[in-house]
Design a protein around this ligand. Structure first.
Ligand SMILES: NC(=O)c1ccc[n+]([C@@H]2O[C@H](COP(=O)([O-])OP(=O)(O)OC[C@H]3O[C@@H](n4cnc5c(N)ncnc54)[C@H](O)[C@@H]3O)[C@@H](O)[C@H]2O)c1
Length: 337
């Protein structure tokens, strides 16, 4: 492809607007040619940031008008399938924000539909795989330099959440990222999920019981624990400690400006995923654009990975009620090898 890839961004909320700015200012080889957003005010605001983009309220209309070569889906999860289906039927390459769909049954329907095409067309927006620190940790694990990986400890902390955030979203909106990135790091699928509840943080919204400790066993015997904590008040942290046979590795520690002042040592930390993973989002979109332009279409987590995460999330939601819940996946089809 010699001309710029024309991307239609579907959903111009928080993530869609962020991706529109990214494609317009930082990504090479692509332009935002269409914005699909039913909220007229949001559509107009987004269009101002993407010169030349046409606006539509339905993705079918953008496809019919041949206004795009590829689709970036940034609608809420329950509105992914209604966009994925017409985009797949039109044979378009797709970057779909996580999750693929909110449950494994609908994810399964999407992968059945995708398999009617000649090769995978859907990449899922699990951007942690594009974070340089996660990539370095994976390289270390794969190299075997520190011996076998035996345990992983993760923390996923948000300063606070709105009242609309539900108990289930601890899993489906937050731990969903760990369900993708940890199997990718460790090279092994999630075998079971268990959840423990420590003392409740009284500062969390009344309807939430958190933090939670998520314990995952992987097929290769690696044991993982993740502190999921959405009311830490002080900032946004995603960090991982990997325990090997011959050492320990850590990523995601606070970094940047260090200050010694007024008898204190201070290191800046993030307040939001938008800055913590800014580089990862840029790399994710650039690599997807490159893959679409050179015909590979996907360079990152695919729809099968999205389906596995949907299964793990279902186990996680069930584990909120107690017990060790197994995750049982079918064998990965050759189509997704
Ligand atoms: N990768 C990440 O780190 C990350 C972070 C936040 C959100 N997300 C994901 O991004 C997606 C969007 O989240 P958000 O926080 O931007 O949501 P949001 O609510 O801010 O924005 C969603 C937008 O989609 C629009 N919309 C709804 N149905 C639509 C349809 N059928 N066609 C077109 N537009 C439609 C809404 O009007 C809204 O403007 C979700 O899937 C979410 O899980 C990913």
């Amino acid at each position: 492809m010699t001309t710029d890839l024309r991307i239609g961004v579907v959903g111009a909320g928080l993530m869609g607007a962020d991706h529109i700015a990214r494609i317009t200012h930082r990504i090479s080889g692509a332009v935002v040619s269409a914005i699909v957003e039913p909220d007229a005010g949001r559509a107009a605001a987004a269009a101002e940031k993407a010169p030349g983009a046409a606006t539509f309220s339905r993705v079918e209309d953008a496809i019919e008008a041949e206004a795009l070569d590829a689709v970036l889906i940034a609608t809420p999860g329950q509105f992914h399938a209604p966009v994925l289906v017409p985009a797949l039927e039109a044979g378009l390459p797709i970057l779909c924000e996580k999750p693929l769909t909110p449950d494994s049954a609908t994810s399964r329907e999407i992968i059945e539909l995708e398999q009617k095409l000649d090769r995978p067309h859907i990449q899922i927006g699990f951007m942690r795989r594009f974070d340089p620190e996660y990539a370095a940790l994976r390289e270390l694990i794969e190299s075997g330099d520190a011996g076998n990986l035996v345990m992983v400890r993760g923390v996923h902390r948000n300063p606070s959440v709105p009242d609309s955030y539900t108990q289930k979203m601890l899993i489906t909106d937050s731990v969903v990222h760990e369900f993708d990135v940890i199997p990718w790091l460790a090279g092994s699928a999630v075998k079971s999920v268990e959840i423990k509840f420590p003392r409740r943080n009284a500062l969390t919204p009344e309807h939430l019981r958190e933090p939670i400790l998520v314990i995952m066993e992987l097929e290769n015997g690696v044991l993982v624990d993740v502190e999921m904590n959405v009311s830490v008040q002080f900032g946004y942290q995603v960090a991982t400690e990997a325990v090997f046979e011959k050492g320990i590795a850590r990523i995601g520690q606070p970094s940047g400006l260090q200050q010694w002042r007024d008898g204190r040592f201070v290191v800046n930390d993030h307040m939001s995923f938008t800055t913590r993973f800014a580089e990862a989002y840029d790399r994710q979109i650039q690599r997807w654009v490159n893959a679409v332009r050179d015909g590979r279409l996907v360079d990152g987590p695919n729809a099968w990975d999205g389906y596995l995460v949907a299964l793990a999330c279902e186990a996680g939601v069930s584990a909120l009620e107690g017990g060790i819940v197994p995750v049982e996946a079918a064998e990965r089809p050759a189509f997704y090898a």
